[in-house]
Write a new protein. Structure first.
Length: 238
């Protein structure tokens, strides 16, 4: 897939969570130069953002060859998104389902904006691939995580910038068990240990309790997906 490319570079949408860390490892395996980008979008909890630097440092320490490929980390301020959103991820409210059938953890336009700003950075930095951890298998029905949405966005970005843009979503058809398995395939126990101890996915921002699968409240939908996936992964591994 990548061997014939002359521009083997990527920009990873990196939040500091399990999925984006797995995608970062995937990009470091497949590309020669990898940069990362994160967004302060007015999220209710900034735990993931605080985890980002620790994850990067742990990867650089545990995987020197990958560390040599890692370039700049970009962090953009998009707090306007939080100001115009009324969601459980940007406001202090309990998780529930809206009339649309979507959970109120859905932040409208978030991934569309993230990829658009990432493409702008990639254009300036001559990075061809944009890598994101979106998934249509284990997800909450978010329309901006769907494969068709991102394929359409890829075409729009390429047309609007008059340059080749590739959106890679290595987790698109994986459940959480398979995501754990992919992480182990990419980096073995050292990488899965980094994911357990350094990444964060919990919607409630809980960093007090360390479970076998990582930190979290063990009650929100994100923790449920992560823990159930880990249990299946651990059973397969044994």
């Amino acid at each position: 897939m990548f061997t014939s490319e002359t521009n083997r570079t990527a920009l990873v949408l990196f939040s500091g969570g399990q999925d984006s860390t797995t995608c970062l490892a995937w990009a470091l395996k497949h590309f020669d130069r990898v940069e990362t980008i994160g967004f302060n979008y007015g999220q209710r909890h900034h735990v993931e953002m605080a985890c980002r630097s620790r994850v990067i440092e742990a990867i650089q320490k545990s995987f020197p060859d990958w560390g040599a490929k890692l370039g700049d980390d970009h962090v953009l301020d998009l707090d306007i998104l939080g100001k115009i959103s009324d969601t459980a991820l940007t406001q202090d409210k309990s998780i529930s389902f809206a009339k649309s059938g979507l959970p109120n953890t859905f932040v409208p336009g978030r991934n569309l904006l993230f990829f658009t700003f990432a493409a702008t950075i990639a254009y300036r930095r001559s990075l061809k691939h944009l890598v994101g951890g979106m998934c249509e298998t284990d997800y909450s029905g978010y329309p901006d995580c769907r494969d068709n949405t991102l394929k359409s966005l890829q075409v729009s970005l390429a047309l609007g910038m008059d340059t080749s843009v590739v959106i890679d979503t290595p987790l698109m058809w994986l459940d959480k068990c398979a995501t754990w398995e992919l992480a182990h395939e990419l980096g073995g126990d050292p990488l899965t240990s980094i994911i357990v101890r350094e990444t964060h996915t919990c919607y409630m921002g809980d960093r007090e309790t360390l479970h076998k699968w990582g930190y979290g409240c063990n009650a929100c939908p994100a923790c449920e997906l992560r823990s159930l996936g880990f249990e299946k992964y651990a059973a397969h591994k044994s």
